[in-house]
Design a protein around this ligand. Structure first.
Ligand SMILES: Cc1ncc(C[n+]2csc(CCOP(=O)(O)OP(=O)(O)O)c2C)c(N)n1
Ligand SMILES: [Mg+2]
Length: 285
């Protein structure tokens, strides 16, 4: 049996409470990036349900009072530019005070534009140079096996990011070693930096590629918390192969009508100007 989640970790009672947490993370993402005047809110918003389910749906074991607890599960934000969603989750989980979110990207703050594991407890890998997170995850999942530990490793990549060749070296290795303690979630939000992900470099079919590389795959609506929870449960219970969850999402989920009004449904790497913040928060309800 897996060792228990420490009592200092937050586990939601039900789906409704998870939904409330997801909403808070969205508010924090928008407020912190607008305050910073830079960052990647739309890339963060698409991944809110996945990050919420992992941290507060009872999947990740962690101890905010002891971030380096050796038995903790690992979450690697391979698409490191979505740091605001990770920081919002870490604050909600109690790794640091929520007001610190407003120091995002400010000089001296450990909440750097991309996650820095040397400066912030709870960050499992320094990411931002895309394509590296799955390799780090493979290493950690192998380490768990060698150390006879039962921790699990979850990696979140972007759908543009998986055009990086290193992702596929890692995918082949994970299958070779039958790393069923590893789950890769691809945030399939259909955009990357300069336009539609499939126009920049078409990686379809993503599930077919992971299946061909020897993975168990699941495709879900990644902005539906119920589906995310179910998929994570299936991934956690699956034996003999690593699991890839292709998480179909919307970049900017939660404020799509505003992004449409602004004429940019990718909105990559742009904070919302302060004058639109109230309108965005009203859309979140
Ligand atoms: C190795 C590398 N190349 C280029 C970049 C610049 N870059 C930052 S975000 C991004 C687009 C990523 O798209 P995707 O993976 O789909 O993430 P999304 O923002 O859509 O969630 C790029 C190319 C980078 N960070 N790292
Ligand atoms: Mg994308």
């Amino acid at each position: 049996m897996r060792r228990k989640t420490p009592e200092t970790a937050t586990v939601a009672r039900d789906l409704e409470q998870l939904q409330q947490i997801a909403k808070r993370l969205r508010v924090d993402i928008l407020r912190s990036t607008t305050e910073a005047g830079s960052g990647h809110p739309s890339s963060s918003l698409s991944a809110v349900e996945v990050v919420t389910a992992l941290y507060f749906g009872g999947f990740l074991r962690y101890d905010p009072k002891n971030p380096h607890w050796p038995d903790r599960d690992r979450f690697i934000l391979s698409k490191g530019h979505a740091a605001p969603v990770l920081y919002a989750a870490l604050a909600e989980a109690g790794f640091f005070p929520r007001e610190d979110l407003m120091t995002l990207r400010k000089l001296g703050s450990p909440l750097e534009g991309h996650p820095n594991m040397a400066r912030l407890g709870g960050v499992e890998a320094s990411t931002g140079s895309l394509g590296q997170g799955l390799s780090i995850g493979v290493g950690q999942a192998l380490a768990a096996r060698i150390d006879r530990k039962d921790y699990r490793v979850y990696v979140l990549t972007g759908d543009g990011e998986i055009g990086e060749g290193q992702i596929w070296e890692a995918a082949a290795s994970a299958a070779k070693y039958r790393l069923d303690n590893l789950t890769c979630i691809v945030d399939r939000n259909h955009y990357q930096q300069t336009g539609a992900a499939e126009e920049v470099l078409n990686m379809d079919p993503i599930d077919g590629k992971f299946t061909a590389f020897g993975w168990h795959t699941i495709t879900i609506n990644g902005n539906d918390l119920g589906e995310v929870v179910q998929a994570l449960r299936r991934a956690t219970e699956y034996r003999g192969q690593p699991t890839c969850i292709v998480s179909l999402t919307h970049k900017g989920q939660g404020i799509l009508p505003l992004l449409e009004k602004l004429g940019d449904t990718n909105f990559h790497g742009k904070p919302l100007p302060a004058k639109y913040l109230d309108e965005a928060l009203a859309l979140l309800g």
